[in-house]
Design a protein around this ligand. Structure first.
Ligand code: GAL
Length: 680
């Protein structure tokens, strides 16, 4: 079942043991002598840390040989944490198997060219190795049994960033599992032939043994084979996570389980994944060198919050200063780490953690920033000072814990459509993330709260829903969109939507197939544009421009709001609106740059009275979190200059400073305020 619209929840923390904002980071004490641990505890207390993720890459330390386990060090660490009032997000340690395990054939994953990944880095295992599953299950069972009643245990961290490095496996076991998955989906080999359209290019299969995972092929592989492989891999990796989760829930039913996601991450269908864990979390590494880096986090936070409606999420990893894995690893300027951390809370997070606590002295991440950095004495330096200040700030935000964001606007995102849209041999190259993040960005710039939704979600709580590039659309989902419109909603669909069904077969009879009546149009032809080409569009008295793509649209009940100009498409509809039932359905038959798209969207936002909670100058982010007792107005200044924000009726107390905020508030460059407003 798709997720439902957020429901108001009583304020409740994600971890029953910690009724505060979660604060801490990945902690890898196995890299340090035990004397250092005591210093770590002291510094963690100083910084206000209440949760650390431990053991994520400790499998080789916990099970140094096949038949030898070594938990003594972890026992001592867990006790030390408990003595210091710090809780453990205890990892199941299955993210990177120890080298001894590679002696088992099939343990390591195989890429599309048949090359086997070696150990010596991380995540080299095949999700289809029965040996990996057996050892992983045994380790998880041992950890859960050993620490089930330990006072430090607050949360389970399953594996780590599933599919971060290895998203495909083409081993014999993977191929056999793919065949089983396909058999369950299509029933017979003829069912598969039909779905995959194998009459094309002599691909017809006689027997299941002939079916392969999509490997190294001379030219385009079968599109439905590729799409099914995406579905299959996402499901297969999720199955590993569920295996661990089931063991943990059976032994420690009261300890929540989590695994860290990677934001807008294409390989895994996070709608399906989010259902299987207690709350969502993600690892956010915006590049400070990009223009407006705050946009990257904002989009990821909105997605993470939406994946589990009504539940806050956790920012499970971020860096204190700089990463080590880009060609140029720019550091966050002073104050920016605090601002971006508060941004996650502003957009729904109930916890802020880092990778990692203490910077390593050896290994591939010794140049990755940390809460305790190598460049100064432990407990000193700019970064540690900012870490302590952030800890103090988060301590003041305990009243915000459990509160939610109520959005009237939603953006549809569907992993199946993403996979299908971006597989090769299309009329032009589409970039799904660019399409949905553009709409998110336009909402962000207007401080209009926005959720992400699945095509099958309950849309009844929204007044405006965007469906950008929804290339693959099943009839049932199209009916959901249609019902939303007939019941009074406003829908805006963008080009190249509703083209194929779940098998990536064209739905015959004209585009956009199941949405033709909802939108009151028929699309006959597509006209992709070159990378630099811009074609004029008339919108009232304005002249806008289409980029990348245009379409020949026939009106079938809808009205043209804008028309193409300049060539053979002159005068034909570019933007349409169809009144249907109590609602309206818009269609955009092109792509546009932000300022032009804004001209089309702003009138829709105003008609629906969708606006920011307070009118802030450009560069100031505003969000509102609420529970049944209070509302919290977050104000974040992303600019290098101070900003003055009129508060209107939104007056209250700034939780960060304790000061009363009356008619207006001034924020320092990169400054923030969290104003608690009483609900009257
Ligand atoms: C994450 C990973 C961490 C660490 C971090 C560095 O992807 O989960 O273990 O490697 O990146 O940025």
């Amino acid at each position: 079942m798709p997720p439902a619209k957020p429901r108001p929840l009583p304020a409740k923390s994600l971890l029953p043991k910690i009724n505060q904002m979660l604060y801490g980071g990945d902690y890898n004490p196995e890299q340090w002598p035990e004397e250092t641990w005591r210093e770590d505890m002291r510094l963690m207390r100083e910084a206000g840390v209440n949760l650390v993720s431990i053991g994520i890459f400790a499998w080789a330390k916990l099970q140094p040989r096949e038949k030898t386990c070594s938990f003594g060090w972890l026992d001592r660490l867990m006790d030390l944490l408990a003595e210091n009032g710090i809780y453990a997000n205890l990892a199941t340690a299955t993210a990177s198997p120890p080298p001894w395990m590679s002696k088992y054939p099939g343990l390591n994953a195989v890429d599309g060219k048949g090359h086997v990944w070696a150990h010596g880095s991380r995540q080299h295992y095949s999700p289809f190795s029965t040996v990996y599953r057996r050892f992983a299950a045994a380790l998880v069972r041992k950890l859960a049994t050993r620490y089930r009643s330990h006072p430090a245990l607050a949360l389970w961290h399953i594996n780590n960033e599933y599919a971060c490095h290895v998203q495909e496996c083409h081993s014999e076991a993977a191929t056999a599992a793919f065949r089983i998955w396909l058999k369950a989906r299509y029933g017979s080999i003829e069912g598969l032939n039909d779905a995959w359209g194998t009459a094309f290019w002599s691909q017809h299969y006689q027997d299941w043994d002939e079916v392969l995972t999509p490997r190294h092929t001379p030219t385009f592989p079968n599109p439905c084979q590729v799409l099914d492989y995406h579905r299959f891999m996402s499901d297969a990796i999720l199955d590993l996570c569920k295996m661990e989760r089931d063991i943990l829930r059976a032994i420690t039913p009261d300890i929540p389980v989590n695994t860290n996601f990677m934001g807008c991450f294409k390989p895994l269908d996070y709608w399906k994944w989010a259902r299987e864990i207690d709350f969502t979390s993600w690892d956010a590494y915006p590049d400070p060198l990009t223009e407006r880096p705050e946009l990257f986090d904002a989009c990821g936070h909105d997605l993470l919050r939406s994946l589990k409606p009504g539940r806050p999420f956790v920012l499970m990893e971020q860096c204190s200063s700089h990463v080590n894995w880009r060609p140029v690893n720019a550091a966050k300027p002073p104050g920016v780490m605090r601002l971006w951390s508060l941004q996650s809370v502003a957009r729904g997070a109930d916890g802020v953690l880092f990778f990692q606590w203490r910077q390593s002295l050896a290994g591939a991440e010794k140049f990755h920033g940390a809460m305790v950095q190598n460049g100064s004495q432990p407990g000193q330096g700019r970064v540690f000072r900012e870490v302590c200040e952030l800890g103090a700030d988060l301590g003041k935000l305990a009243p915000v814990v459990g509160s939610v964001i109520r959005s009237k606007v939603a953006i549809m995102i569907d992993w199946q459509s993403w996979w299908a849209l971006e597989s090769p041999s299309k009329p032009a190259q589409f970039h799904y993330e660019k399409a949905f993040s553009q709409i998110q960005r336009l909402c962000f710039d207007r401080n209009i709260a926005v959720d992400f939704v699945h095509p099958g979600s309950d849309l009844s709580g929204y007044s405006l829903v965007f469906a950008p590039n929804l290339y693959l659309l099943e009839k049932q989902s199209a009916d959901n969109l249609d019902a939303f419109v007939r019941n009074g909603g406003t829908l805006l669909v963008t080009c190249f939507s509703g083209i194929v069904d779940r098998e990536e077969r064209i739905v015959p009879g004209g585009y956009p197939a199941y949405l033709r009546e909802t939108l009151g149009i028929a699309v006959e032809e597509w006209w992709p544009l070159g990378p630099e080409q811009r074609m004029p569009v008339r919108f009232g008295r304005r002249s806008l421009h289409a980029r990348d793509w245009r379409e020949t649209i026939h009106l079938r009940g809808a009205k043209a709001l804008a028309t193409f100009a300049g060539d053979h498409l002159a005068g034909s509809p570019a933007v349409t609106r169809n009144r249907r039932g109590a609602g309206q359905a818009y269609y955009l038959g092109m792509q546009m740059d932000d300022p032009d798209l804004a001209h089309l969207l702003d009138p829709i936002f105003s008609r629906l009275k969708l606006a920011a909670p307070v009118r802030a100058p450009a560069g100031v982010e505003v969000t509102l979190r609420e529970n049944s007792r209070a509302k919290f107005l977050f104000l974040l200044n992303h600019k290098e200059t101070a900003a003055r924000i009129p508060l209107g009726a939104h007056q209250g107390t700034d939780l960060l400073t304790g000061a009363k905020a009356r008619a207006a508030i001034t924020l320092e460059p990169h400054g923030a305020a969290v104003i608690a407003l009483a609900i009257t």
